[in-house]
Design a protein around this ligand. Structure first.
Ligand code: HEC
Ligand code: HEC
Ligand code: HEC
Ligand code: HEC
Ligand code: HEC
Ligand code: HEC
Length: 324
């Protein structure tokens, strides 16, 4: 046999041996266990323990998270998609909390060709501005509700507002430290919150009975009226917290309420220049779960009473932005 044919056969033999070895060593274990030879493993597969539960399993012990998740639209992403299998939990220990949401959420949401259109996509670099996703999105209820359009008649609103002046002032600036100013708030927020009092989704001894009397048209008219008023008010005197310390904590609020309490989204309230006693009460209500909002629940959970007093002092002293 000519020499070059011998070499060629030798080479083919070496390649064959290397390939066979490579198959042995380089294929994942699971390929043999459950890959193309599943028929042999049916009994083994059937005998495996289920490590995943369902979201219903978490409901009794983590009712707050379960309720947020149930009310939102992230339904195809179950608890264990993010927290891992819950078999043995809580007896055998806590489940992990994903620490890097930018990584977790980007797994499914970074825009890529061929991804299903039912899974909303974003250009992460442009969308999040380097912040982690849970700065603005509650992972358990990530949908951010767009501001509803409000169209009302401010003159009719002004007439209706006579009934509100005793507590909110005749120009929307409240005479009392614990009652909120309404002047200059975004109309979409005012309409939303009045509808929440009317429906009972939010409760208050003073506001609930008053709001039940309002028609939907009244709500639109009042929202447009108060949104158009100047929010300039005399400087607050009843401030007890430390505004400088409050400013440091307020970094956690800037993504939604702006650096100084002027919010970026018309569905969210401005808090600059708001009454300090009202700010304290409301933050405590969010913290205790008495006033419910998926975004505010997360940010207030870790606040101490001192933090709250300081935040109130900081925001009450900021300049509000009056409508042009
Ligand atoms: C029988 C009650 C029970 C059930 C059911 C349960 N958990 Fe828990 N879970 C606990 C307890 C107790 C802790 C420990 C809380 C602590 O020590 O702060 C915990 C801790 C956690 C933590 C970590 C919290 C932390 O602060 O570190 C996560 C995440 C978690 N559970 C997720 C889940 C998920 C997801 C499910 C459903 C698949 C679930 N749990 C079902 C009782 C339960
Ligand atoms: C396993 C894939 C997956 C992961 C991880 C995931 N999502 Fe989603 N997300 C989806 C899908 C699918 C939808 C479409 C709604 C549905 O079917 O649940 C969605 C919907 C959304 C929406 C739009 C909701 C709406 O109704 O408009 C937002 C906002 C969102 N996700 C944010 C996040 C954030 C923030 C995280 C990280 C904390 C995250 N997602 C993690 C798959 C994922
Ligand atoms: C899209 C991913 C995702 C899903 C789905 C999800 N979680 Fe979480 N969960 C997180 C992240 C991220 C945190 C970290 C804290 C935060 O931002 O709220 C967390 C925190 C928690 C904590 C502990 C928070 C704390 O501050 O001590 C519990 C308990 C928990 N989740 C339970 C649940 C339960 C129950 C479900 C299902 C009903 C669920 N989670 C669904 C991502 C998720
Ligand atoms: C500074 C606040 C902010 C941060 C940080 C942020 N988002 Fe958003 N996101 C928003 C707002 C506001 C909307 C709703 C308005 C809109 O549709 O653009 C939104 C919408 C979305 C949607 C729905 C888009 C659609 O087409 O319905 C997805 C998905 C989403 N964000 C994912 C993420 C992920 C993943 C991260 C982290 C990498 C993230 N977001 C970080 C503010 C933020
Ligand atoms: C008896 C006093 C009183 C009267 C009268 C009153 N309010 Fe209120 N209002 C309050 C108090 C107190 C709160 C704060 C409630 C809370 O903490 O939930 C409030 C809250 C509000 C809020 C929410 C403000 C925010 O920043 O979230 C709006 C909007 C509002 N009132 C509108 C009205 C309108 C419109 C009327 C007239 C139809 C009216 N109120 C009459 C006492 C009153
Ligand atoms: C992820 C967005 C987000 C972040 C971050 C956030 N908020 Fe809010 N905040 C909201 C939304 C949305 C509402 C309206 C809730 C409602 O409709 O009940 C709100 C309402 C409020 C209110 C009630 C205002 C009123 O007029 O009734 C106060 C006070 C407030 N936030 C303070 C803070 C403080 C202080 C921080 C930081 C510790 C903070 N928020 C962080 C979104 C956010």
């Amino acid at each position: 046999m000519p020499k070059h044919i011998v070499r060629l056969l030798g080479l083919i033999a070496v390649v064959l041996v290397v390939s066979l070895l490579a198959i042995q060593f380089m294929t994942a274990e699971s390929f043999y266990r459950f890959g193309p030879y599943r028929a042999d493993n049916v009994t083994e597969i059937a005998s495996l323990e289920t490590v995943y539960q369902t979201p219903a399993y978490c409901k009794d012990c983590h009712s707050e998270r379960h309720a947020q998740w149930s009310a939102n639209s992230h339904k195809s992403v179950t608890c264990e998609t993010c927290h891992g299998p819950a078999k043995g939990h809580p007896e055998k220990g806590k489940l992990p909390i994903p620490s890097d949401t930018a990584k977790l959420c980007t797994l499914c949401h970074e825009a890529m060709p061929g991804r299903p259109s039912t899974q909303p996509q974003i250009q992460v670099a442009q969308h999040a501005n380097g912040q982690s996703c849970n700065t603005c999105h509650n992972p358990h209820a990530p949908k951010i509700v767009a501001a509803a359009k409000v169209s009302g008649d401010p003159a009719a609103g002004k007439q209706r507002a006579a009934a509100c002046a005793s507590c909110h002032g005749d120009k929307g600036i409240s005479p009392n430290d614990t009652w909120p100013n309404l002047a200059g708030q975004p109309a979409a927020y005012l309409a939303k919150i009045l509808s929440a009092y009317k429906s009972g989704a939010q409760k208050d001894v003073a506001m609930t009975p008053l709001a039940k009397e309002l028609s939907n048209a009244d709500i639109q008219n009042l929202a447009v009226y108060y949104a158009g008023l100047s929010c300039d008010a005399p400087a607050q005197s009843k401030v007890s917290g430390d505004a400088a310390a409050g400013k440091a904590v307020a970094k956690n609020c800037a993504a939604c309420h702006g650096e100084t309490g002027v919010s970026s989204n018309p569905a969210w309230p401005h808090i600059a220049g708001q009454q300090p006693g009202y700010l304290v009460n409301v933050l405590k209500a969010f913290r205790a779960g008495l006033r419910k909002d998926p975004m505010m629940a997360g940010v207030t959970r870790g606040l101490s009473d001192t933090d709250i007093a300081n935040l109130a002092a900081y925001y009450a002293g900021q300049k509000c932005r009056s409508p042009k």
